[in-house]
Every structure is written in structure tokens, then in C-alpha cells.
Design a binder for this molecule. Structure first.
Ligand SMILES: C[S@@+](CC[C@H](N)C(=O)[O-])C[C@H]1O[C@@H](n2cnc3c(N)ncnc32)[C@H](O)[C@@H]1O
Length: 204
């Protein structure tokens, strides 16, 4: 089953709060975004945003230039419905992050929670890193969260690659300076716990 078909099926069949990665608010992501950019005019892209409420919380904090990208049209439509009129203040993209041609030098902040870890093939990871490198402004901040080295080996039934801060940073290379990293024990809606890693890197 192709990646897009997989995610469409997930979001068609499951409620937003019935997926393992659900949190009412992405507190760690928000804290890192605020650390990365205090300016509300910062251009922020949430890659593989799914149906998360990160966009709601960014709008509530006054951020004015937000893009949410996801491979699933169903997830993007659910966000638009939840946000109502406020959704008109967001740029929405339905695309595969490894193949879309994002505008060059467009973003100040890149956020990805639980997307990069699905890229199990080196060529997809390379395409992702090329995408970030091209789409970010010089000095931009890249926040990537994956399962940690003690996290699960699968997410949503798909194999994942688990990382620690060093191995994740290595995927991105020397142009990305590791500024901060932390781990989070995420409580799933099913009462289990998953170790997540968050890294904030700055493009030199
Ligand atoms: C585990 S969910 C995480 C959703 C959200 N970031 C969160 O933390 O709640 C992974 C998301 O990535 C999206 N996704 C998976 N592969 C993708 C790709 N190649 N390009 C864009 N989005 C992708 C899925 O549709 C899904 O919404």
C-alpha cells in the first residue's frame, strides 16, 4: 500500500484523538518554535502536520505566516473544518515532502513531529534533507521529532527508524548546527508510553 493510501485510510477511519501520536497540544514543539523564533512574522512550515492542534496554538500566539503540509487531503480538510474561518489565515499544502518542489528560501522555521522517522530508505532521507536545505532561509531553524532510541520500532503499523540526537543530527549534516535536543515520554491515548526525541538545528 502506498504511503498516501495508508494515511488517507488512517484519517478516514480514526478520530483525531484515537491515534497513538495524539496529544491535545504539542507543548514541546510549541516551546521549541518559540525558542527558535520570537517573531510572529516568522514563516513557519509544519511538515506532516496531520490533524494536530499545533496550527491552532500557533494562530492563538499570533503567528501570521503558517503553512501546514500533509500527504493526506483528509487530514488537511479536518484541520480546515476544525479551524473554520481562521483556516483562511493558513497556507495548506497536500503533498509528499520528499517529492514536492517547495519554494526556495521560503521558511524561517521547519517543524516535523513523527514524519522523518518513517523514511526508512536512504534515498528518501536524502530527498528530505535536500528539501529542507533548499526551502529554508539562511539562519533558519529546523525542529525534527522522531521516536527516540528507546521508542517503538513501529508507528501506525509502519516501520520507523529510531534516533538519538547525534544520529539524527548526522542525517542532516554539518550545515545544520545542533542547538538543542530533548526527550519526551509521550502518553498515548491507549495508556502506553513512547519515547520521542526532539532536535532543534540552525542552518549555518
Ligand atoms: C504520526 S503522524 C504525526 C502527525 C503530527 N505531526 C502530530 O505530531 O500529531 C505522521 C503524519 O505525517 C504525514 N506523512 C507521512 N508521510 C508523509 C510524507 N512523505 N509527506 C508528507 N506528509 C507525510 C501523515 O499523513 C501523518 O499526518
Amino acid at each position: 500500500m502506498g504511503s498516501q493510501t495508508h494515511w488517507e485510510k488512517i484519517y478516514t477511519e480514526k478520530d483525531p484523538n484515537a491515534v497513538s501520536w495524539y496529544r491535545p497540544h504539542l507543548e514541546t514543539s510549541l516551546a521549541l518554535i518559540e525558542k527558535a523564533s520570537a517573531s510572529i512574522s516568522a514563516s513557519i512550515i509544519d511538515v506532516g502536520g496531520g490533524e494536530s492542534t499545533l496550527v491552532d496554538d500557533l494562530l492563538a500566539r499570533g503567528y501570521e505566516n503558517i503553512t501546514v503540509l500533509d500527504i493526506s487531503q483528509t487530514a488537511i480538510d479536518a484541520n480546515k473544518k476544525r479551524l473554520g474561518k481562521a483556516s483562511e489565515r493558513v497556507h495548506w499544502l497536500v503533498a509528499d515532502i520528499t517529492t514536492i518542489d517547495l519554494e526556495p528560501s521560503a521558511y524561517d522555521v521547519w517543524h516535523d513531529r513523527a514524519v522523518f522517522h518513517f523514511l526508512t530508505s536512504p534515498s528518501d532521507r536524502l530527498a528530505y534533507v535536500r528539501q529542507v536545505t533548499r526551502a529554508m532561509k539562511p539562519g533558519g531553524n529546523v525542529i525534527v521529532s522522531t521516536f527516540g532510541s528507546e521508542g517503538p520500532t513501529k508507528c501506525s503499523g509502519l516501520e520507523v527508524v529510531r534516533y538519538d540526537a547525534d544520529s539524527l543530527h548526522q542525517e542532516f549534516g554539518v550545515r545544520f548546527r545542533l542547538v538543542d535536543s530533548c526527550k519526551e515520554l509521550h502518553q498515548t491515548p491507549f495508556g502506553t508510553v513512547q519515547q520521542f526525541l526532539y532536535c532543534l538545528c540552525r542552518i549555518e
